[in-house]
Design a protein around this ligand. Structure first.
Ligand code: ADP
Ligand code: MG
Length: 148
């Protein structure tokens, strides 16, 4: 496990970038945290770290955004509005999982029971300071013990 503290969105993006740089094909990154925690900010850095230059925003309508890089593609999910199996199937979640793509998922709380066992878990929490966040990362060996 690794724990980080960030003081602004750019710092949260940097942590995401570090993870994205080292991510293996077929990895699933499950993000947990409230509205405004910084999940999309983290994903912005993560995408950059993977070497993909795309505008990153919360997938509001389609529930999934696809970011295509030269070599790799990232699927960015937002499970906030998922309320059943039909919803989930229609996002293509299982298809992307089976195809071995990289997935990063906001509101993983809502699909906790069907996350892959080996997914990387990122939990972002607010503190009493409005611009401070705690970021806990579980399951990414290359980040172990590097946190402050
Ligand atoms: P989420 O996707 O979790 O709802 P966003 O990434 O869209 O969150 O938004 C995070 C909000 O919190 C932004 O308005 C951002 O400016 C603000 N913020 C303040 N401090 C931080 C921080 N340390 N890390 C990330 N976001 C921060
Ligand atoms: Mg978001």
């Amino acid at each position: 496990m690794a724990i980080f503290k960030t003081q602004c969105p750019a710092e949260t993006e940097k942590i995401g970038e570090m993870l994205g740089k080292n991510i293996k094909d077929g990895s699933v990154v499950a993000m947990f945290g409230d509205l405004g925690a910084g999940k999309t900010a983290f994903t912005r850095g993560f995408t950059k770290g993977m070497g993909i230059l795309c505008d990153v925003s919360s997938p509001t309508f389609a529930l999934v955004n696809e970011y295509r890089g030269e070599k790799r593609t990232l699927y960015h999910f937002d499970m906030y509005r998922i309320s059943g199996w039909d919803d989930l199937y229609s996002t293509g979640y299982f298809d992307y999982l089976d195809a071995g793509g990289c997935l990063i998922i906001e509101w993983s709380e809502n699909i906790e029971a069907i996350l892959p066992d080996d997914c990387i878990r990122v939990t972002i929490t607010k503190t009493e300071n409005p611009d401070e966040r705690n970021i806990e990362i579980i399951g990414a060996e290359f980040l172990e013990n590097t946190g402050g």
